[in-house]
Write a protein that binds this ligand. Structure first.
Ligand code: CO
Length: 139
């Protein structure tokens, strides 16, 4: 059901500074930059050999990423698995006893459809299931 690691989400306090660090230290530049008012997050997506690195800065302290930074500080926030059909994948994980955070797939950043799985049901890891438009989770 999982086709690949689509991206890894990293929480940062200062997105511009983090982008500059990645450009300077690793020689990579973001492919997309996007923000979601609903999620209260601004994010930049880099590509490294087909795997995304998503740097995320909260727009508000009470947003999910804002609360994560408060509790845990900067660091790895989630792992996103690419799937062909996010709705079907969410049914599969629910049947396997995991706890989706979303009842239905919802629009993600960068033109995707996503569903998240609660870390308490998945070994402490926040998992994002992602179906990317025009890309299929499979590529
Ligand atoms: Co993500």
């Amino acid at each position: 059901m999982i086709r690949r690691v689509q991206h890894i989400g990293l929480a940062v306090r200062d997105l511009d500074a983090a982008i500059a660090l990645y450009e300077r230290a690793f020689g990579i530049s973001p492919e997309h930059r996007d923000r979601s008012e609903a999620e209260g997050v601004e994010a930049a997506m880099f590509q490294v050999a087909g795997v995304g690195i998503e740097l995320m800065q909260p727009m508000r302290d009470d947003s999910p990423v804002g609360k994560f930074l408060e509790r845990r500080g900067e660091g790895v926030h989630h792992v996103a698995f690419g799937v062909d059909d996010v709705a079907a994948a969410m049914e599969d994980v629910r049947a396997a006893g995991l706890e989706p955070l979303d009842g239905e797939p919802r629009p993600g950043l960068h033109g995707t459809r996503v569903g998240f799985i609660h870390p308490r049901s998945a070994g402490g890891v926040l998992i994002e299931l992602v179906e990317a438009d025009g890309e299929g989770g499979a590529t």
